[in-house]
Design a protein around this ligand. Structure first.
Ligand SMILES: Cc1ncc(COP(=O)(O)O)c(C=O)c1O
Length: 421
């Protein structure tokens, strides 16, 4: 029987082989053959596979309760509206927010960061101001700020990292000043796996009266996040990296900030009244959700978050950490192995190079053996350039991966390396 049906009796403290096998049955794609080989999917940092609970939720929505939400008086519209608003509550609960008005549905992390870069930028930034990001940001947490800086004649400041891939907190402190209007950093690096000390980053910024946005794209699927405990001003993530569909994600924002900044896009839903003379805006959270929202995606996202919660995020974190340690040890057996990112506090992402073999060649050959890894700059070109490397091969694990898969991967990698040497 599939895991989703059996787990409801209580959370797991640890995950054993039987439980992982049961979990894997919830993800039909994991049984696919690739070039007649069993698929080994180690590209979870890019996107995760979807459990039946999520796909069935989408099917159920379209087959049984599909209607446009919020404005309809009829039964289906009310059902769909209820489901969408319940999903908002699930997201709020998952992030530890206590007010569902503080949850804005977006297309994902990228859209959420663009929203804040535009709306916060309009309200609070002007010429000469500064924004702080870190060297290990994904392009989606760099480019929107560069666009803002260009628009408003501002400066982007960058926190560097040490050799292990940990942020230089001394430099960070020295960058904070009266011109700093926002700090925007990633919780977990998609290349290095570093789990950044975001609580400390936020505390230091607040002492400087500066709000902080945390990019949680690589964090929420793997570690417990509580926006209240962190005291984050904004926290963003993408559904597709946490077992939900593409095209849906969320922005958490403190109510005081969301009330203080203008809407991002105009259209239906985000208005209170419209006339040619004057338009007034809707209350939170609708003020930031112009147009028909992805009400099927939101309910599928809620299904994914429930699925993860049923397993238990702490059990997931423990198990994935075990995979990280196991894979690191096995990979280090390979001569010429260079693991990029050796932070003390690390999530289940391993970037590496072997001698001077190009990452792309390794990725191509692993693919022929049924193993999906990512190669290249991982949308973090400034980081890769700062390391003076052409890119990396990245294996990123999820709770449905196994040590057995890691053994097959390492054996395959040894063969590939021998061929390419
Ligand atoms: C740390 C980080 N931030 C942002 C993003 C962008 O996410 P999306 O493309 O889902 O908007 C990613 C995607 O890989 C990421 O890893």
């Amino acid at each position: 029987m599939a895991f989703q049906a059996t787990i409801l009796s209580g959370k797991l403290n640890t995950m054993n082989e039987q439980q992982i096998n049961d979990i894997r049955k919830d993800f039909p794609i994991l049984s696919e053959k690739i070039y007649k080989k069993d698929l080994i999917y180690f590209d979870n940092g890019a996107t995760t596979q979807k459990p039946r609970a999520v796909v069935e939720k989408i099917e159920q929505g379209y087959y049984h309760t599909n209607a446009n939400i919020h404005r309809g008086v009829h039964y289906l519209s009310q059902k769909a509206t209820e489901a969408h608003e319940e999903a908002r509550e699930v997201v709020a609960g998952f992030l530890g927010a206590d007010n569902k008005k503080e949850i804005i549905f977006t297309r994902g992390t990228t859209e959420a960061i663009n929203l804040i870069a535009f709306s916060y930028g309009e309200a609070f930034c002007s010429e000469g101001d500064e924004i702080i990001v870190s060297v290990m940001e994904h392009h989606s947490n760099i480019v929107p700020w560069q666009m803002l800086c260009e628009r408003k004649k501002m400066t982007l400041r960058v926190i560097p990292a040490n050799e292990a891939g940990e942020l230089d907190m001394k430099v960070y402190k020295s960058l904070l000043n009266e011109r700093t209007k926002l700090v925007s950093v990633t919780h977990v690096s998609n290349v290095l796996g570093t789990i950044n000390p975001v609580k400390e980053i936020i505390t230091l910024a607040h002492a400087n009266n500066t709000p902080v946005l945390i990019d949680g794209a690589q964090a929420v699927p793997h570690i417990a996040v509580n926006v209240k405990e962190l005291d984050a001003d904004f926290y963003v993530f993408s559904g597709h990296k946490i077992y939900a569909p593409t095209g849906i994600g969320a922005l958490y924002g403190k109510e005081k900030w969301l009330n203080a900044i203008p809407p991002y896009q105009g259209g239906g839903e985000m208005i209170a009244t419209v006339s040619f003379e004057k338009t007034t805006y809707n209350e939170l959270p609708f003020k930031f959700e112009a147009g028909t929202p992805d009400y099927i995606g939101s309910t599928a996202l809620a299904a994914a978050l429930k699925y993860v919660s049923n397993i238990g995020i702490d059990s997931i974190a423990d198990y994935e950490h075990e995979l990280l340690l196991y894979a690191t040890e096995k990979l280090n057996e390979i001569q010429g192995m260079r693991i990029i990112g050796q932070a003390q506090n690390k999530s289940s992402v391993i970037s590496f190079l072997v001698n001077d073999i190009h990452p792309y060649d390794i990725g191509m050959l692993l693919d022929k053996l049924g193993i999906a890894v990512r190669t290249g700059h991982h949308c973090a070109q400034p980081l890769i350039d700062s390391l003076g490397i052409p890119g990396t091969v990245r294996a990123s694990f999820a709770f449905y991966n196994t040590k057995e898969e890691i053994d097959i991967f390492v054996a395959a990698l040894k063969k590939v390396v021998a061929m390419l040497r």
